[in-house]
Design a protein around this ligand. Structure first.
Ligand code: NAD
Length: 299
């Protein structure tokens, strides 16, 4: 087969699922998406447009290609429709192990037997999910990083029984959508680059929550030092603060080290519905956060 993967189904169209679906559709794959909440897809599309406009770096694909992807993509109101004839299924539902296992069990029961099942989880290794399916050799982690902001890297990691063929197909599919695969050779929590990013999150959240510095100074320094259009706190706002919290809890639950526990101040923000871009307020206020203004780096 020229292109072993032709049809891709994305399950869960929040912040990341929508971006994965649209990016894939812009590379002329047939893409079907499903979410238990249809509004979430509409919000996801709006979020992509805002992110692409705000990004000082060129998005992974041109804005016109995002729009072409949006028009090609089909949102389904039933899981069965989204999964019919799928070659690759990417799950992007919230970061909770039991939910992911439940969804993978459903995907396994409905998707064609040859289909590869991937999770976009930021912290849960596929080895903790694969046993919910009858096809562990076809399960893997494919972890994306906000492509609407131009980040075209994808961690790829197998579980305890993932076949070499599944890994090879996953890698070439990642390349076929203009992304760079970061292959993890031995299972590790956080994959390749996500573990590096996680160390930055843990340290910067601690410095902010304990009152050592103003979070804006960390972001300014980061932006000047790296040339990135936003700093760690701006990135966390884009990711969603409840997502960040859940991910930090996965690390804490594994290590039980109090230093890995996310700060209470972050939990308080979540309780106030300050989740970042998606609710209009996080560390910054949206849609015009101060880090996008040129004065921000001069203060
Ligand atoms: P999100 O909350 O924005 O979206 C999750 C979506 O899943 C929601 O739209 C919700 O309605 C839907 N959903 C819930 N239960 C469902 C079900 N049973 N079937 C179908 N849809 C269901 O979350 P997100 O930020 O997009 O994160 C999703 C996954 O991607 C998580 O595992 C997260 O760790 C990972 N991830 C997130 C980011 C990020 O920057 N936000 C980056 C990389 C990976």
């Amino acid at each position: 087969m020229d292109k072993p993967i032709r049809k891709v189904a994305v399950i869960g169209t929040g912040v990341l699922g929508t971006q994965i679906a649209v990016l894939t559709a812009s590379f002329d794959y047939e893409v079907f998406a499903y979410d238990t909440n249809e509004q979430s897809f509409k919000k996801g599309i709006e979020n992509i447009r805002n992110l692409s406009r705000a990004a000082r770096k060129k998005p992974t694909v041109d804005i016109e290609d995002w729009e072409r992807g949006i028009s090609r993509l089909q949102f389904c109101d039933q899981l069965e429709k989204a999964l019919a004839d799928a070659d690759l299924v990417i799950e992007a539902v919230p970061e909770q192990l039991e939910l992911k296992r439940k969804v993978h069990k459903q995907l396994d029961a409905i998707a064609p037997p040859h289909a590869i099942l991937a999770t976009n989880s930021s912290s849960i290794p596929i080895s903790k999910i694969e046993s919910a399916t009858r096809r562990p050799a076809q399960c893997l982690n494919l972890h994306f990083y906000i492509p609407a902001m131009g980040i075209n890297i994808v961690d790829i990691m197998g579980g305890s029984r993932t076949s070499a063929q599944t890994m090879a197909t996953g890698k070439s599919w990642i390349q076929s959508i203009g992304c760079v695969p970061l292959e993890v050779r031995k299972e590790i929590l956080g994959f390749c680059f996500n573990r590096v990013w996680r160390a930055i999150k843990r340290e910067t959240l601690y410095m902010w929550a304990e009152g050592f510095v103003d979070f804006r100074d960390i972001d300014r320094a980061w932006m000047i030092f790296t040339g990135m259009p936003l700093g760690p706190f701006g990135v966390m706002d884009n990711v969603g603060l409840e997502v960040v919290y859940d991910i930090e809890m996965v690390y804490f639950n594994e290590s039980k080290d109090p230093k890995d526990h996310p700060p209470e101040a972050l939990k308080s923000m979540i309780e106030r519905n300050e989740l970042g871009v998606k609710t209009g307020k996080g560390f910054y206020t949206y849609p015009d956060p101060e880090y996008t203004k040129s004065e921000f780096l001069k203060k």
